[in-house]
Every structure is written in structure tokens, then in C-alpha cells.
Write a protein that binds this ligand. Structure first.
Ligand code: SF4
Length: 414
């Protein structure tokens, strides 16, 4: 009987891709989606915030108590790996560059700490996405930006891109295995191909020619990456009608403190143009970064209202040791940051409802989960849709003309 392995994946879509790669590289082990029956647990960790570190450590303690054999990988291996290894909490620690050796690493009698090469280039190809109906395609890794609050470049390395041939082969394999929706992912996705005469828009055009590719989503872009070549594909039928463009803040003074490359005036112009084209618009936003006075917050909220946002990933600033922001003053009180987060989230939720009420085109929904009579998925605007039906809709694409707009999702009968 092969030992059973369970993958616990924290964090971003790039980690989801990496977990899928590791699953594909196992030979002498059986993958289980049932944590309880697992002999071995792979913790593919995240370290983007203090909260992420706390969740990872809490999970490891919980699994340790259950007597699981534990292995730590992912971004947290670079920040917390040594201390967790030193505390004998895990049998082995390995960096992302070592993941293809997982079958050998898991059978190592001796405990090990192999952090590997931060700037390796991934060339793994996956055949499937266990439990998923859309595929995440890692096209890039690392980041050359140096936002003053961010630890990611130190745990994912400098920006580098996957080989174009491998990416296209990856997409055609998954498309021939039934996947129609592809989400491009990476650490700084929009920097794909930089310095190599390639760019993400050209790659997406080539992907769209592959049989079976129906919808392409981009995980996240930086405002400066919605450049001329990207603007050329905005009306393509295979491009989702939602874009996630990370601004992180909407006060120029804060953007300067955060060492961001975007500026409010350009962001307002960009989001205005995309709004006119009917796009749903998402962003990342950090509240409570040191220096965020009441006056700068009021200015930021005034500017946010000019961005037509319908989706948001809001974060409360989290001090990361070793980053420039960690020593910045004055710090923002936790309760104040929480109130700002609530104010921001309320506004965007309201915008989202207004957007959904104004949509006139039919919704193209890929059903991702559900059973019995209830199913759910996301439409081209990346809004959640709940569908009630007597048919088994799992993994299906459906087109909806009639539906009700509810607080957090649209509801339809099919
Ligand atoms: S763009 Fe900035 S926030 Fe994003 S990963 Fe790079 S350094 Fe971090």
C-alpha cells in the first residue's frame, strides 16, 4: 500500500500551480484529498503577511499533534523554514526549485533542509487540476519591483519567464483534457517576457488559437503593464470582461512612500478607459501603511470613487521584517485601519451590485462546483453566479439571459 499524501496549499494561484506540479511528480505515493487519512502532509506555504505566517504555523502544529509526517515548501520555507526545522516541527523543508524531486525527498529517512535556487526557471507541465474546472498557468515567476512593504521578491526571486513553447504545450494538453478557461498566473504576471522581446498580449493571442481555449483570465497586472500591446487585445472575445489591476493605494503621497510605480492621475485615466469598454475592474489595496494620515485617507477615498472599481482585494498593512516599510513611522492604529478597510469594502460591494444591475449582455458562466439542485461558477465579469437546476451542471459552460441580482451573487434557474 502506497503511503497517502495530502497537499495543503496556502496563498496565491502560483502556489496552486506549484502544488499541481508536485502532485504530478509523485510516483511511489498516493494523493488524497482527505486530510484525515493522509500519512504525509505537504504544506505549500505563503508568507505575504503576518497572518499568513500565523495560519501556516497553526496548521503545522495541528497536523503535528495528529502525528502526520510534515514537509514545508512554498514562500514560507524561505522565511520560517529554518525556525520550524530547528524546532523539529517538520521532517523536511524544500524550496520551490526542488519541487520536482518531491518523490525522492519524501522517502528521505534523514531530516533535510534544501532551500534551493531562488532564480530557477520552472519547466514543469501539468496534465490536470485536481478538483478544479479552470486551469492556472504559471507563465512567470519573481518580481523586479521593490515595493517598500513587500517581502515577495525575497522569497520568489527576480522576475523571469517560462519558456513560451512549454506554456503553449501546457495549454494545449489541458485544453485537450477538457479545460476551456485558463488563468495566467505568476508573481508579477504582467512582466512576462520582459527583456526577452516577448509580452503577455502576444502570448494570449497565441493561446487563443489553441483548440478548446474559450476564455483567458489574467491573475493580476500592474497599471503600467496595460500598455499599447495589451490595449490591442481588449476587445478580443476570448478575453474575460474583468481585469485585476493592482494599484495598492490611491494617494500619490502614499504611493511614493510605498515605492510604487503607478500614480493616481494615470490610474484614473486607465480605469476610466476600461470602464467605458464595459470591463469589471478589480484591484489590490493596502490600508494602514505607515504614513497614512486621516487627510491622505480622505484623499485616497475621493480618488477611489473615480476608478469604477467592482472588485477588491483589500489588505491591512502587515509589517514584514527586512522591508523598508517595517521601520517607517508614524504607524497607523489597528482599529483605524480596520475602519478604513470596512469603509473601502462597503463602497466596492455597492459598486459591484450597481454594475451587475447594469449588465445587458448574457452571462457566460463556467460552473465550478455544486451538487443536488445548486451549482455555482463565475461569469465573464468574474462575478459569482448561483444556478438552480435539476441537471448535473458540473464543469459546464452555460449562457444566462434571465437572472436575479442578489447581494453577493446573481441567481438563475436553468
Ligand atoms: S509588484 Fe510589488 S507588491 Fe507585487 S510582488 Fe512585486 S514587490 Fe511585491
Amino acid at each position: 500500500m502506497k503511503p497517502k499524501v495530502y497537499f495543503k496549499t496556502f496563498g496565491c494561484r502560483t502556489n496552486l500551480f506549484d502544488s499541481q506540479v508536485m502532485m504530478g511528480a509523485l510516483r511511489d505515493y498516493e494523493i488524497t484529498e482527505n486530510e484525515g487519512e493522509a500519512d504525509i502532509v505537504i504544506v505549500n506555504s505563503c508568507t505575504v503577511t503576518n497572518g499568513a505566517d500565523v495560519s501556516v504555523r497553526g496548521y503545522i502544529n495541528q497536523m503535528d499533534k495528529q502525528g502526520k509526517k510534515l514537509f514545508l515548501t512554498g514562500c514560507g520555507a524561505h522565511t520560517k523554514g529554518e525556525s520550524l526545522f530547528g524546532a523539529n516541527k517538520v521532517h523536511g523543508v524544500f524550496g520551490q526549485s526542488e519541487k520536482m524531486k518531491i518523490n525522492t525527498l519524501l522517502s528521505s529517512e534523514n531530516r533535510f533542509y534544501e532551500i534551493g535556487d531562488l532564480n530557477y526557471v520552472d519547466d514543469a507541465i501539468v496534465e490536470e487540476f485536481v478538483g478544479k474546472s479552470r486551469a492556472f498557468i504559471k507563465i512567470q515567476e519573481g518580481c523586479n519591483f521593490r515595493c517598500s512593504y513587500c517581502i515577495i521578491p525575497f522569497v520568489r526571486g527576480d522576475a523571469r519567464s517560462m519558456d513560451e513553447g512549454k506554456i503553449l504545450e501546457q495549454v494545449s494538453r489541458l485544453a485537450s483534457n477538457g479545460f476551456g478557461e485558463f488563468v495566467l498566473t505568476g508573481t508579477n504576471v504582467g512582466s512576462y517576457g520582459q527583456g526577452e522581446g516577448r509580452n503577455i498580449a502576444e502570448l494570449m493571442k497565441k493561446m487563443s488559437l489553441i483548440r478548446g481555449v474559450r476564455r483567458i483570465r489574467v491573475g493580476s497586472l500592474e497599471p503600467i503593464q496595460v500598455n499599447e500591446s495589451f490595449r490591442e487585445i481588449l476587445d478580443e472575445p476570448w478575453l474575460e470582461r474583468h481585469l485585476h489591476i493592482a494599484i495598492q493605494h490611491s494617494s500619490n503621497e502614499m504611493l511614493r512612500l510605498m515605492n510604487r510605480r503607478n500614480r493616481v492621475e494615470n490610474d484614473i485615466e486607465l480605469f476610466g478607459m476600461l470602464h467605458k469598454k464595459g470591463f469589471a475592474l478589480g484591484t489590490d489595496f493596502i490600508v494602514g501603511h505607515p504614513g497614512e494620515s486621516d487627510a491622505l485617507w480622505a484623499e485616497a477615498m475621493e480618488n477611489i470613487r473615480k476608478l469604477h472599481l467592482t472588485h477588491i482585494h483589500p489588505f491591512t498593512y502587515s509589517k514584514r521584517d527586512g522591508t523598508p516599510s517595517a521601520t517607517m513611522k508614524p504607524e497607523v492604529n489597528g482599529a483605524v485601519a480596520a475602519a478604513r478597510m470596512a469603509e473601502l469594502t462597503r463602497l466596492i460591494e455597492e459598486n459591484n451590485r450597481t454594475f451587475r444591475k447594469r449588465v445587458t449582455s448574457p452571462l457566460e458562466v463556467l460552473i465550478e462546483s455544486g451538487n443536488g439542485r445548486k451549482y455555482s461558477g463565475y461569469d465573464q465579469y468574474f462575478n459569482k453566479v448561483v444556478v438552480e437546476s435539476d441537471e448535473d451542471l458540473s464543469g459546464n459552460w452555460i449562457t444566462l439571459e434571465k437572472y436575479e441580482v442578489h447581494d453577493e451573487h446573481n441567481l438563475a434557474q436553468f
